[in-house]
Design a binder for this molecule. Structure first.
Ligand code: KIV
Length: 292
């Protein structure tokens, strides 16, 4: 069996050094983690996107450290080979480095091997403190969904030259601070290329073009399990929501027509037990099955 992937092993996966692109996907529970792991992904991200794709919120700001720990623990119970990275939710690393370390540690105790946080320069004290506690940190730049109100919506970032230069600087700062990789979300492909060229750690893109050192997609988007939002960058590899609706509708039709459960899907008493019970109690009617 392949060795579990570690944060240092991920850090070494720079494509310009000949490495294969990294594959990251989100998962929020044990079956999702097993599916992702058996598909051979490198990294499972327990993303705060759980707020939107699982818990029904309109943004990621609603999830707490308790919520994240609950989902991280479920993913960790699947014991994936992939590296498990947990999102630090909004306000869990904004109030000071000590708070950031305490919250990162909770996610590690729940089963994560690294944490991800959003932002650049402003977050360097939190990054350094978490790294000092020996917890690997993944950065996240570009469209940072926890800043949805400050950014004025879920919008492509880095379109102006200044903003693009700013992203390169922020990425360099995160890499120099010790982040083992950096997610780059919703930026023009050329900007993601500049960021990727500028840093010595892998970039993992989502809506950031092909030049990144890896790609990430949200589980429910990739599998077509949700259709509430469909950003341009999502490639949907399956239509599981439609398949699930069809399957449950077929089950409902079978129940209503008396086709489910069938004899083979029912438990039966062996013949003698049936006869004994019948003569003792007169309990079972004529239609009861006798085969075990
Ligand atoms: O929460 C999440 O799913 C993420 C990815 C989109 C990178 O942060």
């Amino acid at each position: 069996m392949a060795q579990p992937l570690t944060a240092p092993a991920v850090r070494a996966r720079k494509t310009r050094a000949g490495a294969e692109p990294l594959v990251m996907v989100t998962a929020y529970d044990a079956p999702g983690a097993r599916i992702a792991d058996e598909a051979g992904v490198d990294i499972i991200l327990v993303g705060d996107s759980v707020a939107m794709v699982v818990l029904g919120y309109d943004d990621t700001l609603q999830v707490t450290v308790d919520d994240m720990a609950h989902h991280v623990a479920a993913v960790a119970r699947a014991k994936p080979r992939a590296l498990v990275v947990a999102d630090l939710p909004w306000l869990s690393y904004h109030l000071g480095p000590e708070d950031a370390v305490r919250n990162a540690a909770r996610l590690v105790r729940a089963g994560a091997q690294a944490v991800k946080l959003e932002g650049g320069r402003k977050r360097l004290p939190a990054v350094s403190a978490i790294l000092d506690a020996e917890i690997p940190v993944m950065g996240h730049l570009g469209l940072t969904p926890q800043s949805v109100h400050a950014l004025g919506g879920f919008k492509v970032q880095g379109k102006e030259a200044d903003a693009a230069r700013g992203l390169v600087t922020e990425a360099t700062l995160l890499a120099e601070a010790g982040c083992f990789s950096i997610v780059v979300e919703a930026v023009p492909d050329v900007v993601a290329r500049s960021v990727t060229d500028a840093v010595g750690v892998p970039t993992i893109g989502i809506g950031a073009g092909p030049a990144c050192d890896g790609q990430v997609l949200v589980f429910h988007d990739l599998l077509g399990l949700q259709d509430r939002v469909r950003p341009k960058f999502v490639r949907q590899y399956a239509t599981l929501k439609a398949d699930a609706i069809a399957a449950i509708a077929a089950y409902a039709a079978d129940v209503r027509a008396g086709r489910f459960p069938a004899d083979a899907e029912s438990y039966h008493l062996p013949g003698e037990a049936m006869a004994a019970a019948e003569s003792a109690t007169g309990l079972y009617g004529a239609g009861a099955s006798r085969s075990a």
